[in-house]
Write a protein that binds this ligand. Structure first.
Ligand code: BDP
Length: 724
């Protein structure tokens, strides 16, 4: 063995040793496995032979470090061959537009305006009779995003020579909302404690903050709300702002801005004022001064996310004022510094007997056009609350003068916590693809959100994070795909869930067709499975109380009517479902006529939303010919059967994943199966007390009695709301 070969063997062993030190799953989709396709290996070695890439800013340093990491993992140690600019020898040129020569610019021949602040171009140009790969952008952050994409293509073993990819985000604010409390518990968090170690900050910078930022930058997420919407004013004190500043410093060179939740009553709690009335001058001054204090430390602070007059949080209505008064007061404080207010539309009141699904629309739509320019109204994807399936929120079709920001929930509060394998991009895609008919056919929710339908400069998409300090970040190894998929859809809301599934599987696990194809099918089918075994045919909010773990369709004793599952399913001897047509709550009138009519008419209402909009007899004939009772029972069974199929597929995947990962997911899938049966049994036994009908052929008999399922209690289920 030559000396050089020996050295490189030692290096290779060192790299694999180092990689082995990282727990399985920690590296997320940034695993950077060795390339095993010889033809592609040859191409990538050729491309990376002579790289021109000057890292003269913090962002570019991070981009270059990532390139080194990626190439080392995929091509072997010391694969980052940096050289000076030389037309005769460079094989890969990574440089901002301002660094390119007029010759190169004319060869690329694109309008850089299309790339905006964050977009990038990866293309191949011919120089000195060779193909040269060129990655360029207007700004450093575009280069960072482009480097991640280039590495992703290589990991997926795609051809790069000949490529011409122009990509820029379609949505401006692409954010994760952490519902993290200052004591490190996470509301609705199922992946351990909060990443933010407040006690050790600002001095101690956990490597996880950096790896969190890398993961986010790799999918284009550019904002993070550090704290829970059920907010704690303490985070606005100088002591905590020191810590927030330290996090902002870590995230900035990855293109990520920090946001905080603003507790509306902070001027009272921290400022000693007697009121938080948004029209009171002292209150306004308090917020103005607070904003200036924050921006002095964090010049690129993103702004405030606010939950007001909702589920016990105070807000402007406590002082006889409106959402507009509250939001605009904060917007005025942030405006001089370029910050935004994200005001949530998740409101409903126990004092209002109106169908809960209608309340947010009723409260907000009259305010269209009244919010300041730096206010976005953040709307949950559906009108109730992050259910496994909801029709799109009617507000998306009704506020043309206000930038509406999408709020998805990535953490699986209503989808089996971090135990159930559910690929959420399928759910997100269904909502984004829905047609509001706001401006005629083709007025998709995606077009409302990206601002293109109503020409808004400001646009945003938020996902309630599923991240905690678990070794693999998300609890379930496959829940990583939901973080990934959210980011990709926030970047481009027109991407298909299939594309996302494929990208993620290839990056995280393997390129083998025998793995990618069946696993893609598994991922894409997993969302329908959970709907079937929890909430088929438009049922919703029949979860057990408070913690939302498992079924509780019988719950009827909560203080607020709209917290009780019986409010939502309305089962009786005649039938089941919530009549939201004109004979009932008339919630369908909040949609454009085309949409409302199609929900109202049983002939056109999709089966998926049947019981969301209609109260129907147990004997009602479904489109497939079954009676409603039989059809519902068969759906519950189908959900269980689908989980069995998922397990059978996973059993075939042993050759493609590590032994420990295989075992881990297998155990989780077995719990999912047990819980799917629990859902089926509990719901069918309970609804049977009304339908008084036998279970149809093909539906397995419940193992336990209804009394047994009702007796199950989970006082220590994870993720429960804090009580302060
Ligand atoms: C509900 C959650 C609750 C959140 C609330 C919200 O159960 O923990 O505080 O949403 O979005 O689904 O404000």
């Amino acid at each position: 063995m030559t000396y050089l070969k020996r050295i490189s063997l030692v290096l290779m062993l060192a790299v694999s040793f180092l990689q082995a030190q990282v727990p399985d799953g920690y590296n997320l989709w940034l695993v950077y496995r060795g390339i095993n396709n010889n033809q592609m290996l040859k191409e990538y070695n050729e491309i990376t032979k002579s790289i021109y890439f000057v890292a003269d800013s913090k962002i570019l340093e991070n981009a270059q470090n990532e390139l080194a990491k990626g190439l080392t993992g995929m091509l072997g140690p010391s694969s980052l061959h940096l050289t000076t600019l030389s037309a005769a020898s460079n094989s890969l040129i990574i440089a901002k537009k301002s660094k390119l020569t007029p010759n190169q610019l004319s060869e690329i021949g694109i309008d850089f305006d299309h790339l905006g602040k964050e977009g990038f171009l990866i293309t191949t140009v011919r120089s000195h009779g060779r193909e040269v790969v060129l990655l360029t952008a207007n700004e450093d952050v575009g280069i960072l995003y482009g480097v991640f994409r280039l590495l992703q293509f290589m990991q997926a073993q795609k051809k790069i020579i000949g490529i011409r990819l122009i990509d820029a985000p379609k949505i401006e604010l692409r954010m994760l909302d952490h519902w993290d409390n200052l004591d490190r518990t996470v509301e609705r968090g199922y992946a351990g404690f909060s990443l933010w170690n407040w006690q050790k900050l600002p001095e101690f910078i956990d490597q996880r903050y950096i790896d969190y930022a890398r993961a986010n930058a790799s999918i284009g997420i550019n904002g993070t709300v550090l704290t829970n919407v059920n907010a704690n004013a303490w985070v606005l004190t100088p002591m905590y702002l020191d810590k927030v500043e330290a996090l902002a410093d870590v995230f900035r060179p990855y293109g990520i801005k920090v946001y905080l939740t603003a507790r509306f009553s902070s001027p009272i709690e921290l400022g000693g004022l007697s009121t938080a009335d948004p029209l009171n001058e002292e209150v306004q001054r308090w917020w103005n001064v607070k904003a200036a204090e924050i921006y002095k430390r964090i010049p690129d602070f993103g702004g405030f996310l606010v939950k007001a007059n909702s589920e016990g949080q105070t807000g402007p209505q406590n002082y006889g004022r409106t959402h507009v008064d509250g939001a605009n007061m904060l917007a005025t404080a942030l405006q001089p510094f370029g910050g935004n207010v994200i005001w949530r539309a998740f409101v409903y009141s126990e004092h209002d007997a109106t169908d809960r699904a209608k309340q947010a629309y009723d409260e907000f739509v009259p305010f269209d056009g009244k919010f300041n320019e730096n206010v976005l109204v953040q709307v949950k994807n559906g009108p109730i609350d992050f259910q496994p399936r909801e029709p799109f929120h009617p507000m998306f079709g009704a506020m043309p003068k206000t930038p509406l920001m999408m709020e998805f929930q990535i953490t699986q509060e209503y989808l089996g916590f971090s135990t159930h394998l559910v690929f959420l991009p399928k759910l997100f895609e269904e909502v984004l693809d829905a047609d509001t008919f706001k401006k005629g056919q083709g007025s998709f929710v995606a077009r409302v959100i990206d601002g293109s339908l109503d020409q808004h400069a400001l646009s945003g998409m938020a996902g309630v994070a599923n991240i905690g300090n678990d070794l693999n970040w998300t609890g379930h190894p496959f829940a990583q795909a939901n973080w990934y998929g959210f980011g990709r859809l926030a970047w481009d809301p027109y991407l298909s869930s299939e594309t996302i599934a494929e990208e993620w599987l290839r990056a995280t696990y393997s390129n083998a067709t025998e793995f990618v194809e069946p696993m893609k099918k598994l991922l894409l089918g997993s969302r329908e499975a959970v709907v079937n075994y929890m909430d088929p045919l438009g049922l919703h909010h029949i979860f057990d109380t408070g913690h939302h773990y498992g079924p509780g369709p019988w719950v009827d004793n909560l203080s607020r009517p709209d917290w009780n599952p019986v409010y939502y399913h309305k089962a009786d001897e005649y039938g089941i479902g919530f009549d939201r047509t004109p004979t009932g709550s008339n919630a369908t009138a909040q949609y454009a006529r085309e949409v409302g009519d199609s929900f109202n008419d049983l002939k056109s209402c999709p089966d998926e939303y049947l019981l969301w909009f209609h109260h129907l007899s147990w004997d009602y004939k479904l489109k497939n010919g079954h009676s409603l009772w039989d059809g519902m029972a068969l759906k519950y069974q189908q959900g269980v059967d689908e989980v069995k199929e998922m397990i059978a597929t996973w059993d075939q995947m042993i050759p493609y994943v590590s032994e420990s990962r295989h075992k881990e997911v297998k155990m989780l899938l077995n719990i999912q199966l047990k819980e799917a049966k629990w859902w089926r049994n509990a719901c069918l036994l309970y609804f049977q007390t009304f339908s008084k009908k036998e279970l149809p052929l093909g539906v397995e008999s419940p193992e336990q009695t209804l009394e047994y399922y009702k007796s199950l209690k989970f006082p220590y289920a994870p993720g429960i709301k804090p009580r302060w």
